[in-house]
Every structure is written in C-alpha cells, then in structure tokens.
Design a protein around this ligand. Structure first.
Ligand code: NAD
Length: 360
C-alpha cells in the first residue's frame, strides 16, 4: 500500500498528539520522587534547580568523585550525608529508600554502565542524551530496565518544551500545508581538552552531542523515521582537537512522506541551534531552538504571521522534564521519551556515520 501525505498527516495527528503532549501532574503527590544525581557537572547544575522547582520531585542523593563538591551541594539541597555516594559504592543506593530514581549526567560512554547498575539496584533511570555510544549498549540498557521492572526515560528536554510542542501542533493541524523540507543545525567551537573530543568517552564528535538535537527534532516535526540517509564528515582545523573525532557532519534524511531534511553540526564554529520547516502553505522557524531559554517561534503560514518569543527562563525545561518522569513513576505511566526513543536516534546516528564512512 502506498501512503500519501494526507495519510501520514492523519497518522501523525493520532500518534504525535499522544507522543508529544506533556503530562503535568495536577496535584502534589503524597511523596515526591527522590532522584540521585550521578555526575555533578554542567547539566546537573541545570537539572537540580529544575527538579527543585517541581511539585513532585526532589534531589535526595548525589554520586560524585569529588566529595567537596558533593558536600557543598548536599548542604544546598538538604541531602543527608549518608546519601552521598562515589562511583565505587554507587550500588549501595539499592538500600536507600529515599532514592527512587537516578539521573545519569555523565560523559556519554558511561551512560550504559550507570543505567544498568541503577536498574540492578532497583531504581528508575532518567538518562541524559545521547542515550549511549552504540546500539548494543542502548539495547542492553532497555533490557536491564525491563528485567528489573524499572522505567527508563531519555532526557530529551525539548519533548516537554512548549515552543517545540507548539511547532509540532501547527504542523499536525495542517497550518503549514504539506511539509516539503526542513533545515536544522546546532554546533559550537569546542575548547581543547574537553571529554567531548575523546572518542572513548564521547562515542564520536558533535553529532552525538549537539547534532542529535537536529536529528531528533526532524523526527518529531515529521512524526516519521528517516528511510534514507546520506552524510559527509570532515576535519578542517588540524590543531590537535580532532585527532579522535570528526569536526563537522552534514547529513540529509528522506522521510517516507517525501519530506527531505538537511542538517549540519560542528565543533569548529558557533552555529545557531535552530530548525526551519517549509510547507505548501508557508514556513515556521524556531531560532534559537535548542538553548535553555530565549526560544523564539516565528512563521508565515496560512495567511498569518507569527512572532512568539518564549518568556520561560532556565531551568524550566529541566523542571518540565523532571515533572513528567516523576508523574509517570507516581502513576504507573510510560514516559513520552522512553529508552526506545533514544535507541531510534542511536540507530540513525549509526547510519549517518556509516554513510559518512566513519566507524563508530
Ligand atoms: P560535564 O563535563 O560538565 O560533567 C560530567 C560529569 O561527569 C562531571 O561531574 C565529571 O566529574 C563526571 N565524570 C565522571 N567520570 C568522568 C570521566 N571519566 N571523564 C569526565 N567526566 C567524568 O559534562 P555535561 O556537559 O554535564 O554533560 C554530561 C551529559 O549530559 C552528556 O551526556 C551530555 O551529552 C549531556 N548534556 C545534555 C544537555 C541537555 O540539554 N540535555 C546539555 C549538556 C549536556
């Protein structure tokens, strides 16, 4: 059977309305979900205040190789001394009833180990993106969480962010007409010495780190999985930063409906994180799209011009994400961005690298 675009639009309307509508708990629960944060780096410093702003989540444990930092944060968040762990005694969280879930905020290649250890300790897992550095690890993480009967959510914060959700709704409501093409990019000029340019820790270059935002956005904007991918990768700056991973990746994805998406990512230039969608009835643009705040939706479609800057401030994305996962845990629901969503991106990333001739 051949699907036409209208069929896909209907499919999308049914599937995506469910997949990308945030669930926010209406009531304060009897007990807040307690999170142990693993890795107290940059993203943890956004997640922790975000979780604190919710009505249903709290930080109840810390896992770190730096006791001073852990003690300072424990004092700030009212966390008991006994709930501070290091990477060696991490598995003892199994005995701590204050910890319901673990937030994995470590370098990419460590996500699999700590997700699996958390699952074996009987704790639910909220894992940062990218889920893992290869498909086998992503599959093992899903299997471990299923075996332990705990839930796994990948921290795709944009799935819970109102501007992204509005862009998806505009498309699903048909206001853009038939979507024809999407452009998206995200990149930055990386400093030397970052773990992000160490392949063993990062898995690869900017695609794993920031290009994944464009890949993921093209999938939720279309509501489809790419059926054909072609890609190029390159190193331009031979200054020692890119001995291990690529500097640039550009890729094109063709989706079953015929939509073609063109994406770029880099560690060699400051590159706007944005997407622009062109349809038969106009265009819409979110720029910036992937920052923690200051998002702006503009467009000209179906005879209407829009310009809607978001007034939400960081850490609202992290608040919404924690609120969603805790709500799912408290009500026996599946999160909107489960492990399987991370696995789909891992499979597409693998295909992008295969097409670009890079072994990961
Ligand atoms: P970071 O370097 O700031 O923090 C990493 C933490 O891991 C540090 O506390 C560090 O001490 C600890 N760590 C433990 N073992 C380590 C090792 N062997 N090498 C290096 N660090 C080690 O990194 P980050 O920016 O917080 O990124 C952490 C994860 O969060 C990554 O997977 C990244 O992709 C993801 N991330 C997500 C977002 C988002 O918006 N969702 C943004 C940034 C980063």
């Amino acid at each position: 059977m051949l699907w036409n675009r209208r069929d896909f639009a209907k499919l999308g309307a049914i599937g995506l309305a469910a997949r990308y509508t945030p669930i926010i708990s209406a009531q304060t629960p009897a007990k807040k979900t307690g999170y142990a944060v693993v890795g107290l780096g940059r993203i943890a410093s956004h997640f922790m205040p975000g979780a604190r702003m919710t009505t249903n989540s709290q930080i109840t444990g810390l896992v770190s190789g730096h006791p001073d930092k852990a003690q300072r944060l424990a004092a700030e968040y009212g966390i008991a001394k006994e709930s501070i762990y290091n990477y060696e005694n991490f598995d003892e969280i199994a005995k701590n009833p204050a910890i319901d879930a673990v937030y994995v905020a470590l370098p990419n290649s460590m996500h699999a180990e700590y997700t699996i250890r958390a699952a074996k300790a009987g704790k639910h897992v909220l894992c940062e993106k990218p889920m893992a550095t290869n498909v086998a690890d992503a599959e093992a993480m899903i299997a471990a969480c299923k075996a332990a009967n705990v839930k796994l959510m990948i921290a795709y914060r944009c799935h819970y962010e109102p501007t992204h959700l509005k862009a998806v709704k505009i498309i699903r409501d048909g206001l853009l007409g038939n979507v024809q093409s999407i452009q998206s990019s995200f990149g930055f000029n990386i400093a030397p010495g970052e773990w992000r340019i160490n392949k063993k820790l990062a898995g690869g270059g900017p695609l794993f780190d920031v290009g994944i935002y464009s890949l993921n956005a093209c999938r939720y904007l279309t509501g489809e999985e790419p059926e054909h991918i072609s890609a190029y990768a390159s190193v331009i700056d031979h200054d020692g930063r890119f001995n291990d991973v690529e500097e640039n990746v550009s890729w094109t994805m063709r989706f079953p409906s015929g939509v073609v998406a063109s994406c770029n990512t880099t560690y060699g230039a400051q590159m706007d994180g944005f997407f622009r969608v062109y349809g038969s009835k106009g265009w819409l643009d979110v720029n910036p799209a992937f920052n923690y705040d200051g998002l702006r939706l503009t467009g000209n479609f179906s005879g209407t011009k829009i310009d809607e800057p978001s007034t939400a401030k960081d850490p609202s994305h992290f608040q919404a994400q924690a609120e969603h996962f805790s709500h799912c845990l408290q009500n026996g629901l599946e999160p909107k961005s489960p492990g399987e969503e991370g696995l789909r991106d891992m499979r597409h990333i693998t295909e992008i690298y295969r097409s670009a001739g890079i072994k990961i």
